[in-house]
Design a protein around this ligand. Structure first.
Ligand code: GUN
Ligand code: ZN
Length: 447
């Protein structure tokens, strides 16, 4: 990459030519004004940030002669995918037959998470997981670690090494779980605090207070989780909410004074901007209204919901109340780290629920929608000038079937729909972080 000197500062300037698509708003609200598509586009990146994005013919004549050119003609560049819910510690139990959520947690999840007291194991899985995200075009993730603080250190370290945007935290869990994973209210508070001090705000990393879900925390632990969230501006909170009917009934039994499952989190100060709840299937409108009012987000995890038979997400209702919604893979109950595959499942889940998902809805959810639900849209999610240049180069010719289907497509919408329905990791030719190659299908990882 060229280093050009202007005054005393040295900067790098690189131009990426391809078909380029990004969102400036939610297509469900703003219609065709929500996206920009440049069939022959140019993304200009200066020092890891977007300098300009537009038609190649307009930008090329203005460029200095020594800018580095990357020609991706025939391919589609979109912003890096944002996964708003995942568990890196479940990488090795993906595709484990589980019967139902509570059975799957007992027989697969907890035993697998036990191994994360070993720092070497945690580091090895974290490295694999981060590479797998990049291979699938995911550049930002909000992920669960496990109850052991070393599991958090390992994931932060792996993401930092790769310069990924990553948010994670130590699972807080002091009841209704195996002894080998159980913490207590006080130790979970002090361990989380130490991790916030060590990692929050370092490079592209942020901390998430992580009560696993209300049934595995005592009221005392929930109180302290709420306090951590309130006392540390900018810190996230992540948990699970109303994933299955049985779990929702169990939560109500354990917290008999609460109006609803959501109200348990609310009473403990856990709602607000940067609070993200996975699933949100068994809610009522009062819950949706409260989530919208507090700025909390829902992570829609269709692959996981199908796999565990949990239920069907109601996107229309979430939109009607103005709740922020992102997309989550929920690895390892979700069966793919690919947000393209997750979108294919999202479409099917919504169809079963009598709802629609256009291709623009889908690509918005996987990019700017995710960034908005993480309150990161001032930094990532599209190609507005100044944003961090995280992006994916998609290959419409990735498989014979994709190539054949796309050859027959007559509009952008039809091409995008086929890409989200048939695409997966094979369609990701390259992934860039801050304008630098982070993964290439031909050459592997950069670290
Ligand atoms: N609810 C509580 N823990 C979990 C988990 O690890 N995965 C899923 N899908 N739901 C949960
Ligand atoms: Zn989950």
């Amino acid at each position: 990459m060229v280093r050009e000197t202007s005054g005393r500062a040295t900067s790098t300037l690189a131009a990426f030519r391809a078909s380029i698509l990004h969102y400036v708003d939610d297509p469900a609200a703003a219609g065709p004004r929500a996206f920009e598509h440049f069939e022959d586009g140019l993304l200009l990146v200066r020092d890891g940030r977007v300098a300009e994005c537009g038609p190649a013919t307009q930008i090329l004549p203005k460029l200095p002669a020594d800018v580095t050119h990357h020609d991706h003609s025939g391919r589609l560049i979109v912003p890096g995918f944002v996964d708003t819910h995942s568990h890196y510690v479940q990488t090795d139990i993906i595709a484990s037959d589980g019967n139902s959520l509570l059975d799957w947690l007992t027989h697969h999840t907890y035993p697998a998470e036990r191994a994360f007291s070993d720092a070497r194991h945690a580091a090895e899985v974290a490295a694999f997981y981060c590479d797998e995200l990049l291979r699938n075009g995911t550049t930002t993730v909000l992920a669960f670690a496990s109850a052991q603080p070393v599991s958090v250190d390992a994931l932060f370290a792996s993401a930092r090494e790769r310069r990924m945007r990553l948010i994670t935290g130590k699972v807080m869990m002091d009841r209704n779980c195996p002894d080998y994973l159980r913490d207590d209210a006080t130790s979970s508070y002090t361990d989380s605090l130490a991790l916030i001090e060590r990692w929050h705000g370092v490079d592209r990393l942020a901390y998430a207070v992580t009560p696993r879900f209300a049934p595995t925390s005592t009221p005392a632990q929930m109180e302290l989780a709420g306090r951590l969230f309130a006392d540390h501006p900018g810190v996230y909170l992540q948990s699970h909410l109303a994933e299955t009917r049985a779990e929702t009934a169990w939560a109500s039994e354990l917290y008999p004074g609460a109006r609803s499952y959501l109200d348990i989190y609310d009473r403990h100060g856990q709602l607000g901007a940067r609070a993200v709840f996975a699933h949100c299937l068994w809610l009522d409108d009062a819950d949706r209204s409260r989530m919208a009012a507090t700025g909390a987000a829902m992570s829609f995890c269709p692959s996981s919901n199908l796999f565990l038979g949990s239920g069907l997400f109601d996107l229309e209702r979430a939109r009607a109340f103005g709740v922020r919604v992102g997309l989550g893979t929920d690895i390892g109950a979700g069966t793919s780290p690919s947000l393209l595959r997750t979108l294919a499942d999202a479409y099917k889940v919504l169809r079963l629920n009598g709802q629609a998902l256009t291709a623009h809805d889908g690509f918005y959810l996987g990019t700017l929608g995710g960034a908005r639900s993480l309150y990161l849209d001032a930094r990532i999610g599209n190609f507005e000038p100044g944003k961090e240049a995280d992006f994916v180069v998609l290959d419409p010719q990735a498989t014979p079937l994709l190539a054949r289907r796309l050859a027959a497509a007559t509009s952008l919408e039809e091409r995008l729909f086929a890409l989200m329905t048939l695409g997966d990791d094979r369609a990701v030719a390259e992934t860039y972080l801050l304008g630098e190659p982070a993964w290439s299908r031909d050459g592997g990882g950069s670290s």
